[in-house]
Design a protein around this ligand. Structure first.
Ligand code: URA
Length: 190
């Protein structure tokens, strides 16, 4: 396995799918390099494509509210996306684009080894947890895969569209903090 720096260089130069033609720049993950929690969203939007940083647009403000409600800041978590380049017009990423980009997410996961992975929204949950994942019914539920605890919550953009989802998503973030605590306590039982 290569270093994070090398991964960053590979992603910056990537032309594995046609999104490399339309992007301004790929958007690499950001945040804590030894995170308890890795948040995986869908794809960069317009602002992210311009600035090269995840969640700097309107959805980012909702994400900050959710993190703060759980006593977290962006420096406490690592935030990344299933695909690193913006799909034109913010359409859903195509399966072939997701598959082309997935090795990068795998590399990020292997390098950072977060005990908890949180999918932000349906696209990430269906790619990482279950292709039939129903975010309305299954958000906040937990599965353990290959040593990682995984859950999914509403995407911050979905909360912007329907603010009534904010409170239940704050509860899901409480359950994320609780899970992290349980994992820590099981490592150091005394
Ligand atoms: N929405 C996403 O899914 N990812 C981002 O980085 C920003 C908005």
């Amino acid at each position: 396995m290569y270093s994070y720096k090398k991964l960053e260089t590979i992603i910056q130069q990537c032309s594995r799918c046609p999104l490399s033609q339309s992007r301004n720049q790929p958007v690499m993950g950001r945040g804590n390099m030894k995170p308890g929690i890795m948040l995986v969203a869908e794809a960069p939007g317009a602002q992210e494509d311009l600035q090269g940083v995840p969640f700097v647009g309107p959805a980012g403000r909702v994400l900050d509210i959710l993190l703060a409600s759980a006593g977290l800041t962006r420096q406490d978590v690592y935030i990344t996306n299933i695909i690193k380049c913006r799909p034109p017009g913010n359409r859903d990423p195509k399966p072939e684009e997701q598959n082309a980009c997935l090795p990068f997410l795998r590399a990020e996961t292997t390098l950072l080894k977060p005990p908890v992975i949180v999918c932000l929204g349906r696209i990430a949950a269906q790619k990482l947890i279950d292709p039939n994942f129903k975010i309305t019914k299954q958000h906040g539920t937990w599965v353990q895969r290959k040593g990682y605890w995984m859950t999914a919550v509403y995407h911050p953009s979905a909360i912007l569209r329907d603010p009534s989802r904010l409170e239940e998503t704050k509860k899901d973030f409480q359950s994320i903090i609780q899970k992290l605590k349980e994992i820590e306590e099981s490592k150091f039982p005394l």
